[in-house]
Design a protein around this ligand. Structure first.
Ligand code: AMP
Ligand code: MG
Length: 329
């Protein structure tokens, strides 16, 4: 089965051609980072216009690299939720055009679920139930994954996503946008025996949940008070990782499931990967996340991987499928 995946939920225009939900023949991604950098965050209007300008070119270069002809395709998978509505609409409309011209079925795909399918492109077999940990620029949440498209939320964020907190704190530290990798590099230069400059997050936590807005204010105050940037970056990383691990432990304990799949751009962080591995080893859990950092951030290959499962189960939509900023449509 050859499936064309389309991802345009935020600031990446990505098209992939994937065989049997496992083998990437081509994935081409245009990142809009430079267009949003002057604003230190994603500007929705700029994002949707940029998708419109780039999507044809990305499609053509992905098709050329894969050597696949449109007539060889079995279907189209397109991320239709959650995300920026204007951005999602660009991918959805492109999918509709291809479907009409080449008579191909469409599987609309939940972007969050697609992140959990990314490890399948590296040989992982999805065996349910699983705990899904998603840490990205727009989402920070933990799910119990019972089956294909059957996800129950165990923990969400009350405010920001972790990637957003990384980016804003990096920006305050003058590290540019998006500053996740730069903040990680700065933190790695810090002596790990230094006292942390920031307090623990959410000391009281009746329900497992994330919250990352308070630490942005704390970082801002510390910068104004003249704190050492390297120690501050290290403290930010330590305090946020601590919260991620605490929330994950609570979710695993409450669900009883000890198999975890993790994804999202923040999983590109080597310190976070190491700490998750350490916790899983100690507790006897299994944890899997994409080894390739390109499969952690937004990409169309993961959309095609999940779409292949949906299309082979004959799950397909008419041209009037909706797009939605939230997971429910
Ligand atoms: P996504 O929303 O999945 O495309 O991921 C983008 C987010 O991941 C941005 O907020 C980035 O700053 C963040 N990110 C990427 N690499 C790293 C890293 N090494 N450490 C922390 N955050 C990162
Ligand atoms: Mg992104």
């Amino acid at each position: 089965m050859l499936v064309l995946g389309i991802e345009s939920s935020c600031d990446e225009t990505s098209i992939a051609i994937v065989r049997d939900g496992r083998q990437i023949l081509s994935v081409k991604t245009y990142s809009q980072i430079a267009e949003h950098a002057p604003f230190q965050g994603v500007v929705p209007e700029i994002a949707s216009r940029s998708h419109l300008e780039k999507i044809n070119f990305i499609y053509e270069s992905a098709m050329e690299e894969s050597g696949v002809q449109p007539g060889d395709l079995s279907g189209i998978a397109v991320a239709n939720r959650p995300g920026l509505p204007g951005s999602l609409l660009m991918g959805a409309q492109f999918a509709r055009c291809l479907s009409l011209v080449y008579d191909l079925p469409i599987a609309p795909v939940d972007h969050v679920e697609a992140h959990f399918y990314a490890p399948c492109l590296e040989g992982f077999e999805m065996e349910y139930p699983l705990i899904g940990l998603l840490l990205s620029g727009g989402n920070s949440a933990v799910f119990e994954i019972q089956d294909l498209e059957d996800l129950r939320i165990l923990a969400d964020t009350h405010d920001d996503a972790l990637g957003e907190a990384y980016d804003k704190c990096a920006s305050m530290l003058g590290l540019g946008f998006p500053g996740g990798p730069a903040l990680e590099a700065l933190a790695a230069r810090c002596d790990s025996s230094v006292p942390l400059l920031l307090p623990p997050l959410l000391r009281e936590m009746p329900e497992p949940r994330f919250s990352f807005s308070g630490i942005k204010t704390a970082v801002q105050k510390a910068i104004r008070a003249g704190a050492d940037p390297t120690t501050l970056a290290y403290s930010f990383q330590e305090r946020t990782v601590e919260l991620v691990l605490r929330v994950l432990v609570r979710c695993v304990e409450s669900s009883g499931c000890q198999k975890i799949v993790a994804g999202g751009g923040v999983l590109a962080n080597a310190n976070l990967r190491g700490r998750l591995d350490e916790l899983a080893n100690k507790a006897g859990w299994t944890i899997v996340y994409p080894q390739s950092r390109a499969l952690c951030t937004d990409n169309a290959a993961m959309v095609a991987a999940l779409g292949t499962r949906l299309l082979s189960g004959r799950k397909r939509a008419g041209l009037d499928f909706p797009v939605s900023s939230s997971r429910s449509t």
